[in-house]
Design a protein around this ligand. Structure first.
Ligand SMILES: O=C(O)CCC(=O)C(=O)O
Length: 267
């Protein structure tokens, strides 16, 4: 079923929109099984951001859908892929990758303010991440977004999740992220959501998320499915991209015609 046009309009204007009741409880259970399998058997690019001996755990991993069938099932078919197509308003939606982010109880590490485009080896404005929480998300641990920042025509130098340090001091076509007090001055929204809801956001929308330290939350698991649309091309960055995908026959500027990026919905 097509998304309500008002949601598509909100996404276009704000670069973020909450999609209520997008995912069935069966699909959430499949994703939980997928996350469990992923954490038991992390891929080569998995990260543990919480220092040894500290409370909690912040784990992430990505690009495992080809070996974890639950991720392929939910990300590449059905309501999630269709929502991506509708939000991008393109002819095609391709899977770019899936990203698992887990914060256990009393995790101090936050997700720092960033937007995703500068991390990725892909250029284009037709894109969306659909972040699906596998646990209820109260305000205390919810994603925050700077509304409309996807339209600033700026790309910010990435920061490392482990210590929030910038990848580099300067880079052509990229600027330094404003400091916290400047960011606080922009209009922002916080997105608490229920099970079954998802948060969709553009690769250029600035976002952040708290840790779980000092909150009532014991576990905050999420899978972010990342899609690209018609204008997406393989691209380089002045640093190692994440995920660090090699060309595998693609040159910079090529469309992502490659089995790693299957078309998952068409209009
Ligand atoms: O889950 C989080 O803490 C952050 C999610 C995020 O940054 C993303 O999905 O791009």
């Amino acid at each position: 079923m097509a998304l309500d046009p008002s949601l598509v309009a909100t996404y276009k204007r704000d670069g973020v929109v909450v999609l209520h009741n997008l995912v069935s409880s069966e699909a959430l259970e499949q994703l939980r099984q997928g996350v469990e399998a992923n954490m038991k058997s992390p891929g080569p690019w998995a990260n543990e951001y919480t220092p040894a001996g500290a409370s909690g755990r912040f784990f992430d991993d990505y690009v495992n859908w080809q070996r974890i069938p639950q991720f392929e099932q939910i990300g590449n078919t059905g309501s999630v892929a269709q929502a991506a197509l509708d939000l991008m308003a393109t002819k095609t939606a391709r899977m770019f990758h899936e990203h698992v982010l887990v914060k256990e109880a009393q995790t101090r590490e936050v997700t720092p303010w960033h937007h995703d485009d500068p991390y990725y080896g892909v250029d284009g404005m037709d894109n969306v991440s659909i972040w699906i929480p596998l646990d209820p998300i109260p305000e205390s641990v919810a994603l925050r977004f700077i509304v409309g920042s996807h339209l600033w025509n700026k790309r910010f130098i990435p920061r490392r999740f482990a210590d929030q340090s910038a990848y580099v001091d300067q880079a052509k076509d990229f600027v330094t992220l404003p400091d916290q007090s400047e960011l606080d001055a922009f209009p922002s929204i916080t997105c608490p959501v229920n099970l079954g809801d998802a948060v969709a956001f553009h690769y250029r929308t600035l976002h952040a998320a708290p840790g779980t330290l000092g909150t009532e939350v014991d576990l905050r698991r999420a899978v972010s499915f990342r899609y690209v649309g018609d204008d997406a091309v393989f691209a380089s960055r002045p640093w190692r991209t994440s995920p660090p995908l090699d060309g595998n026959g693609l040159s910079f500027g090529d469309q992502l015609n490659d089995p790693r990026f299957p078309i998952v919905a068409t209009r």
